[in-house]
Design a protein around this ligand. Sequence first.
Ligand code: NZQ
Ligand code: ZN
Length: 380
Amino acid sequence: MENFTAYNPTKLHFGKNIVETMHTRVGIYGKKALVIYGKESAKKYGFFEKVTNQLTKANIEFVEFGGIKPNPVIDDVNKAVELCKKEQIDFIVAVGGGSVIDSAKIIAIAYANNEDAWEIMKYKVKTTKSTPIIVVLTLAATGTEMNGAAVVQNHETHEKIGYVNELNYPKESFLDPDFTITVSKENTIYGIADMIAHSLESYFAEGEADLSDRLVAANINEIFEAGPELLKNLENYDLRARILWASTVALNGTLYSGRKSSGDWGVHSIGHVMSYLFDTAHGATLSVTFLAWMKHLKPRIEKRLEKLGYLLTGEEKTADETIKIFESFFKKIGAPTVLEELEICRTDMAAIKKYLIHTKASGMHYKLEEDDYDKILRLM
Ligand code: NZQ
Ligand code: ZN
């Protein structure tokens, strides 16, 4: 087992009507909030109103910033930072999925340190503090509600990158499975692909950590069981709850203690290039890329795949059989498994490769070179 530090300061509140308790918590973070949300869902489904009612009940003034797009952009972050400065807000309430919450994390840190947001994301300036963030999660996928990561893209530098800092952890997150019931079938599928991918990224990080291996398998099995059932019944509270919690657990530190890093992240770095170039939904890039990555990396990860197959099924499995388990699952839930299903053409391969080189896409454990890009792309 590798040396490790376990740290997770987010206070997470989970369950039916849990947002109604928010007014009892938010007062300690100040008197004025920025409420940030996405394009449409927050207002359309009443989440914005429920959240701002809680702020009003706690005598907290608020200003709003809406319109954060999926695959969020640094321009919106910069605009919101200006609003924070103008309005002198004390804390941020993020209502939405990963795109909204990740934007909130970068806004919070840029505003608190009075530094340029992108410079922060490129680790070019020192940060010492952040603005408190309260999360109201509306989509099960990324785990950002209980971790220190944020992913934003920049069209000037042609990158979609992740930024990790322990200052980024939300102070408190409110997760009501009912808030995820309106998520479309398509976005539910992508979320499921993302949480599977996070579990797998953890599994393929460097370091022997037996308990973490078992926890990864347990989380994946939970998703294997609840995911397909949920897709048959999108309004089922218990299934939404199981998938919501599995998504948090997939990336809140539970699955990677005893490893050298939180994951390998090679597959994510390839997925980010596709999201950047084609605005493809994050989870959709991952089901395609993970299958190709496992097939290509098989000689390097054969024993790990065999162990994973055994942990998932209780039976001896070859590496190929383990890959097949994931391929069958993704097909069963309707997640894309080949490039064409992402509406990306084979002729786009050259552009993808160019940006893989530009962003130096690679894993922390399994390093990827140009030759790997070619082979992985061909397997998609
Ligand atoms: O914009 P609105 O109208 O809110 O619609 C969103 C968006 O179109 C919709 N949605 C969200 N909640 C809904 C809902 N629709 C109906 N009912 C609801 N309750 O869903 C669409 C997708 O939202 P988005 O926030 O983009 O999805 P997700 O949560 O999957 O976040 C993806 C982003 O997170 C990053 C990804 O790269 C991507 O940019 N990630 C963040 C990570 C982290 N911080 O730890 C890790 C991940 O690996 C990932 O990279
Ligand atoms: Zn992800």
